[in-house]
Ligand binder design. Sequence first.
Ligand code: HAM
Length: 420
Amino acid sequence: MDKLPGFRDFYPADCARRNYVLETWRAVARRYGFVEFDGPVVESMELYEKKSGGELVGQLFTVGVTAEPGAVKGALRPEMTPTLARMVAARERDFKKPLKWFCVPNFFRHERQQRGRLREFYQLNCDIIGEASPAADAELLAVQIDMLRACGLTEKDFVVRLSSRTAWQNFFQSNAKRADGAALTADDEYEFFQIVDKAERAPPEKTAAALAKFGMSADALLVFMRSKEPTAELAPILADLQARGLGAFVEVDYAIVRGLAYYTGVVFEVFDRAKNERALAGGGRYDRLLSLMSDGKVDLPALGFGMGDVVLLNLLDEIPAAKAKLDAWCAAQHACELYVVIAKEELRPQALALVQELRDSGRRTDFALAPAKVGKQFQAAENLGARLAVVVGEEWPRVKVKTLATREEREVSREELAAL
Ligand code: HAM
């Protein structure tokens, strides 16, 4: 039977590639003082319907409708932000602000099949909670940029497109008028954000038709979308990144508005410069989500981003320097370092004791489970990428050690072997 479309098998080589990404993400997040957290894989469906909004709601995998009294409909997590907001709101007093939290969970979205989008994927999240100043936005963008730099990518390979929902909100409030003369609502505003979000991909007639409801023309929208002038909200963030030497990685681009419901101010997405791929990462401020989640009890500013593994690995495969780094890391994940060759089968008990001793001391060690010719055992050592073959034979209790790369061979005691 085949696996379901949009899901992946991770054979060892695929697992190594995935681990490279996860370990790089974890290392860089820690370098910036973020601490790791996690949440449940299943949450109530309502959490995502109410808090995520946008396309995500139609992409939920629902689970576990049971007959228990009061049972809720569950959904496999499609993102982390509602969970994070729920967790922080529940125990806000236990943590010093600002919180800098990260996680690397797997998510599930019932997406249409396309390059860079699967139905299960991994996503790094870095979020800062409890800091309203633009210094937090810059810190978040810096860690996001360094995630990609750590994978061997440069400003020639990717760009952060920085925008602001506040700017779009102001634009909407000063340009929109409802045909029925009614006041503009928050729902109208979100509907408008979704029109902007799709404007780059949608046919112009469709955008124009959607805007007509608010008495707006597509032309005015496009003019604003193409302006590169940073707003007063964005300027200090850009200056901060400039001071860190990361200015070349960021461009103002008002075409970005983001699909999810909870964003309030600064928003951004990361794209490959060659424009071959879908977004590598996206995020922004969601200053009202914690308050919404706690019925106003906890009111903390918040911001964060998500970066997926699928587009990232596609891009790393395309950029030679990044691919070389990825391949070198994977190649170094050999199954073993030392391979114990049993040259005389009657010495198997002694060889087992040696294997055990080496493993106890933390050395990655392997050996032939079934009796085999010495040549075959050396072949197995090569196949596993071992550095040294340790031959248990006539010389016992001394052993011959062969460096497989150079074919150099010497005889050593067990104490000397421990130091090799
Ligand atoms: P998002 O834009 O939905 O944001 O996802 C962020 C990134 O996750 C995307 O840019 C992409 O790399 C990856 N991604 C999303 N969907 C898929 C998919 N079906 N297959 C593969 N990769 C995918 C969020 O999820 C927000 N919760 C991020 C955030 C955190 N905002 C604040 N904090």
